[in-house]
Design a protein around this ligand. Sequence first.
Ligand code: HEC
Length: 195
Amino acid sequence: MLAMNKFRILGASVMVVAATVMISSCDNKRSTGWEYAPNMYRHLAPDADQENKVFADGKTAQLPPDGTTPVGFARFDYAKNRDGYDLAAAEVKSILPQSKENFEEGKVLYMHFCSPCHGETGQGDGLVVQHGYGAPPSYSKGNSSRTGGSMKDLNDGQIYHTITYGLNSMGSYASQLSPEERWKVIMYVHHLQTL
Ligand code: HEC
């Protein structure tokens, strides 16, 4: 009997404390209430969007110094125009070894990203073309590359520039394909150029 009462008193006390906490935490609507370990989110380091007296322009978020390269970022310092394309044609070479593995991965990426327009065999007859989209030129026939020559002769740098920036109605694939993936696709495009 006594034991039962003990539990009742304990239960009632817990309820009273809980109700007090609830009610007292509601009286100030702007207060976040009791903060547990506030130094976890009120940290000493300034946030990127905060003022900062350390820097001359008073901002925390600073631009990286000119010429710096983020870790893991592959530079491609060729302009998005014909001059950049011609320079890439002369200077840029694939960074990947010719291997069956790279070739097979390039084929899969080509099928996903390029074949809808360029067609599975690179003849410019992909699925969207069959539904009315203007056909891209064949990789192996005719003289319709932007150089006026054959697509068959396009080299590493020219194709890399095209994938990176796009050309007219073909968009850029820079955000979908990493530099390494672009080189794999190019390996497969070189194969299609021989068909
Ligand atoms: C939305 C359809 C579309 C997709 C997808 C597409 N292309 Fe194209 N591509 C075109 C068209 C259209 C042209 C012709 C553009 C022009 O000459 O105006 C073209 C042209 C090219 C050229 C020739 C550039 C030159 O210098 O003349 C290359 C190389 C090329 N594409 C490669 C690719 C690769 C590789 C992919 C996949 C990563 C791809 N394209 C995806 C539509 C597409």
